[in-house]
Design a binder for this molecule. Structure first.
Ligand code: COA
Ligand code: AMP
Length: 617
């Protein structure tokens, strides 16, 4: 049973224009609604309240950008001023409650300002990660139909400048929906050409803008849409509401991460991902923390000591990142020599999430840093942790390989394929009893049916996480693998289905499959298997080069799609199902068995040969 008392109490800790009298409306499962008659505003809870309560001169955000060799910071008062004026720009464009605004930005404070300005007006933001290319951007523009796009001229990666504006222009060209206005932050590294009549210069627009006040919105009004990968190429627009998000994220800062107002909290992720939404922007600001926007990498900007430099320079109390970042650091500096160069006494704990954390990485981090290293499990859909050793409540023993126990508000079970609970230690589908707590997704944008079908149909009464795992005798949850076609590349969630759609659109490709294979640094990498149209006599490696480029152009470099082979036929069952998991085992060098249902055993033998050639190159 959900603990409504807990969530009633947590709701008293935030600002409401009208406090809710009802905690949970459970009349239309699975469309549960938290605080249905409450009225509040996200931006008010993130900024105005702190300025009013005397925190105006405290740093709200620090921007540390080794890729541009610059550092900057804004106090809560300064941030409020920028946000209120950008809200004025949007308001002058006719953006109001419920209108969508698309944000396509690099890791600069303006990304956070953009999100908060939308929230100030009750407009719904949809942030698209900068590593996605035009096609992905266009799909999101068409689904969210934004009135305005907030973007920048370019992003900066360690080895190159990424011109965002041409990617945006191309996306708008191919999208059916045309936003009325684009407001572009010009960065000196690459100034973009502005389209007269459609584009505005960010700085000019802000100079002429009037600051506007927060608009009171209903607790269940959407705060944002965040697209995430599903099984098909059409991404899922996860919708998060207003009241539940403020309550849950604020609650999580002290209870899960054990940080107090004034502490410096650093989520080394990107605003384009859910971690960025919840723990670069909203959670820390609701809690009166100082948040860090880091525009760099864990290695190479300039070295594997980058994280330690940032922690010591800004007195970071809690660092949150993905295990892949630590694998990258460890690879460059296995003995942790860079750590000794900095004073890390300020660091209280390290939280890891986004992918399974292998015990080796966790043990290395805790040996080298000497602080609790906390693996926690969550998803874009939940918006905040499902399972975690909640340091602000009770410190549980750390068991590497497990994100510990369910966080208050989540009741996690493991079910077999018929929906029956399995015994402790047995693997099955990880599910969460309905209703989910506040701050989790309320639906999928434009797709209530898909919301019900994808998450609540297989196991009635439960939310299906899409992860498989087990719970041990001590109630510790172990998350082992996805049960669907989602893969996790360097902590980035990608759909193999979306990559397949790009591959199969190549004129010479008849059929294809993409599977996620193990990678020592990125966790997983996509592997493509192509079957060519009969009669194609061009060299296979030429076609492979073309499809690799196509994935980079259409999905984006973030897919890290480089491994691809041409085969004669895909291995299938007699009923025509592609044998993906067997191919994955072969590619990973795991023991595998010839499935009894295979239509032609020779095909798998041939693939095993082709993959052994690939792995030796
Ligand atoms: N805009 C444009 N391109 C981007 C981008 C952005 N915001 N972010 C990444 N890319 C590009 C990179 O330049 C790279 O391109 P390349 O193929 O030309 O090299 C590609 O996308 C893959 O990027 P990335 O996943 O960052 O891999 P990497 O090899 O550059 O770095 C790690 C590897 C482990 C250092 C890096 O993935 C990392 O720091 N991960 C931390 C985890 C994280 O942030 N997870 C998010 C969820 S918590
Ligand atoms: P995303 O929606 O991008 O946050 O990805 C969510 C998925 O990442 C989950 O469904 C898991 O498959 C995986 N994941 C996230 N955190 C963990 C973790 N701590 N342990 C294992 N898998 C994780």
């Amino acid at each position: 049973m959900i603990d409504t008392e807990l969530w009633a109490a947590a709701a008293r800790d935030i600002f409401w224009y009208r406090a809710p009298t009802v905690v949970l409306d459970d009349s239309k499962p699975p469309f549960y609604r938290w605080y249905p008659d409450g009225v509040t505003n996200v931006c008010y809870n993130a900024l105005d309240i702190h300025v009013q309560e005397g925190r105006g001169e405290q740093l709200a955000v620090i921007h540390d950008s080794p890729v541009t060799d610059s550092k900057a910071s804004l106090t809560y008062s300064e941030l409020l001023d920028r946000v209120a004026r950008l809200a004025g720009v949007l308001s002058a464009e006719g953006v109001g409650k419920g209108d969508r605004v698309l944000v396509y930005m690099p890791m600069v404070p303006e990304a956070l300002i953009a999100m908060l300005a939308c929230a100030r007006l009750g407009a719904i933001h949809s942030v698209v990660f900068g590593g996605f290319a035009s096609h992905e951007l266009a799909v999101r523009i068409d689904d969210a139909t934004p009135k305005v796009v907030l973007s920048a001229s370019c992003g900066i990666e360690p080895t190159r400048v990424v011109p965002y504006k041409p990617l945006l222009d191309q996306a708008i060209r191919i999208a059916q929906h045309k936003p009325q206005r684009c407001v572009i932050l010009q960065r000196p590294q690459q100034v973009a050409e502005l389209l007269s009549g459609r584009d505005l210069d960010w700085i000019d627009a802000l100079q002429n803008a009037e600051a506007v006040d927060c608009v009171p919105v209903a607790a269940n009004d959407p705060l944002y849409i965040l697209y995430t990968s599903g099984t098909t190429g059409q991404p899922k627009g996860v919708v998060r509401d207003t009241g539940g998000s403020i309550v849950a994220l604020k609650w999580s800062m002290s209870n899960i991460y054990d940080v107090q107002p004034g502490d410096v909290y650093w989520a080394a992720s990107d605003v384009g991902w859910v971690v960025g939404h919840s723990y670069i922007v909203y959670g820390p600001l609701f809690n009166g923390n100082t948040t860090l926007i880091y525009e760099g990498k864990p290695v190479g900007t300039p070295d594997a000591g980058a994280f330690w430099r940032v922690i010591s320079e800004y007195k970071v109390k809690v660092l949150f990142t993905a295990p892949t970042a630590f694998r990258a650091i460890r690879k460059e500096d296995p003995e942790g020599k860079h750590i000794a160069r900095y004073n890390l006494d300020c660091l209280q704990s390290l939280f890891l999430a986004g992918e399974r954390c292998d015990p080796d990485t966790l043990n290395w981090a805790s040996d080298k840093l000497g602080v609790p290293v906390i693996d926690h499990w969550w998803q874009t859909e939940t918006g905040w942790p499902i399972c975690c050793n909640c340091l602000g409540i009770e410190r549980l023993p750390i068991v590497p390989g497990s994100p510990a126990r369910p966080v208050p508000g989540y009741k996690v079970d493991v079910l077999d394929s018929s929906g029956k609970p399995v015994a402790p230690g047995e693997i099955g589908a990880l599910v969460i009893e309905s209703p989910l707590p506040p701050g989790t997704f309320t639906t999928l944008w434009n797709a209530d049916d898909r919301f019900e079908d994808a998450y609540f149909k297989t196991f009635p009464g439960y939310y299906e996480t899409g992860d498989a795992g087990y719970i041990d005798d001590n109630g510790y949850v172990f998350v082992m693998a996805r049960t669907d076609d989602v893969i996790n590349v360097a902590g980035h969630r990608l759909s193999t289905g979306a990559i397949e759609e790009v591959l199969v659109a190549h004129a010479d490709v008849a059929e294809c499959a993409v599977v996620g294979i193990a990678d020592a640094m990125k966790g997983q990498l996509p592997l493509g298997l192509l079957v060519l149209n009969s009669g194609v006599d061009r060299p296979a490696d030429e076609i492979v080069r073309e499809v690799v480029q196509k994935v980079r152009d259409e999905i984006g470099p973030v897919a890290a799609f480089r491994k691809c082979i041409v085969i004669d036929r895909l291995p299938k069952t007699r009923s025509g199902k592609i044998l993906r998991s067997t191919m994955r085992s072969i590619a990973d060098g795991q023991p595998w068995q010839m499935p009894a249902t295979i239509d032609d055993p020779v095909v798998l033998e041939e693939i095993a040969d082709a993959l052994s050639v690939l792995s030796s190159t």
